[in-house]
Design a protein around this ligand. Sequence first.
Ligand SMILES: CCCCCCCCCCCCCCCC(=O)SCCNC(=O)CCNC(=O)[C@H](O)C(C)(C)COP(=O)(O)OP(=O)(O)OC[C@H]1O[C@@H](n2cnc3c(N)ncnc32)[C@H](O)[C@@H]1OP(=O)(O)O
Length: 207
Amino acid sequence: MDLSLPNPSWSKDMRLLFDQFMKKSEDGSWKHLPSYKNKFSRRIEDIKVFFPDAKLIKEKISQAQLFPRNFEEGLGFEYAMFHNHAEDRTVCIFQGGPYLQGAPGFLHGGAIATMIDSTLGMTALIAGGIVMTANLNINFKRPIPLCSVVVINSQVDKVEGRKLFLSCNIRSVDEQTLYSEATSKNLCLFWVWFSLSYISLGFVFGV
Ligand SMILES: CCCCCCCCCCCCCCCC(=O)SCCNC(=O)CCNC(=O)[C@H](O)C(C)(C)COP(=O)(O)OP(=O)(O)OC[C@H]1O[C@@H](n2cnc3c(N)ncnc32)[C@H](O)[C@@H]1OP(=O)(O)O
């Protein structure tokens, strides 16, 4: 089930943004990226090629779920991503639920980092195939109020061989408040041929 579609826990702002991006997607310039709890977990074989010595706990893999997708509706990470191929950028609309509290009334820094890593990771994945985050630097400029809606704008800045250099920022819906800025270095594990096939698959599998 695609978990990036509106549900009763979404605020008015969240629905408004979703509808705006779905409208923008009508001419094909933007594409809504579906997101599933565990659709790609079964692709562990593809990743194990690069980490043959990883000690995977086989009996646990069948329970694997994408971390941000395993909270009950409205209590954790409510989000939807849209990708603009021409501009090589991804926008994530994100509403952080009450179970993501850090300082009282505000989002935990790790929850913010999760959505930054997920959005940058998805941007890198579409640009370069299966990637791993090698380095992630975040500046937390302002605390994000719990249950508020924010917009994560992420883009590829540079590609050097297998290395992708990305950046993103998190702003309020009215764009007046800059909450966080981040940069990341992602390493492609599978190279271009795979990523092209994966891009087509990516929109099937989603995350
Ligand atoms: C088909 C299956 C479908 C799957 C569908 C998935 C769905 C997708 C959902 C999207 C949303 C989730 C996205 C989550 C993304 C994560 O959260 S990934 C998890 C967190 N990251 C990790 O666990 C990575 C752990 N680290 C590693 O595995 C390895 O260090 C890496 C990153 C793969 C790199 O290792 P490597 O390939 O052996 O590369 P290595 O030779 O060490 O370095 C290559 C180059 O990169 C540079 N480099 C390496 N590390 C660094 C660093 N930390 N800083 C700067 N430069 C570095 C090196 O200096 C070197 O540069 P040059 O000398 O060539 O100039």
